[in-house]
Design a protein around this ligand. Structure first.
Ligand SMILES: [Zn+2]
Length: 64
């Protein structure tokens, strides 16, 4: 019985730490990491930088 309780609390702790990151993302605090390589958008005449969130893996592009 004791083992089951310990496992359960360990799982809950893991789930909690994961949820923290997602909560941050949902609040707009993504952990952006610039992806390698930039390209030039001919149509808009701007440099396109792609960034990806390390937690939820969504991508965004920045025009500079
Ligand atoms: Zn995110």
């Amino acid at each position: 019985m004791t083992n089951i309780v310990n496992l359960d609390s360990a799982r809950r702790k893991h789930r909690q730490s994961k949820a923290d990151g997602i909560t941050l993302c949902q609040s707009g605090f993504h952990k952006w990491q610039t992806m390698a390589g930039q390209r030039f958008d001919v149509k808009q005449g701007k440099l396109v930088t792609t960034e990806r969130c390390a937690r939820c893996n969504i991508e965004r592009t920045k025009l500079t």
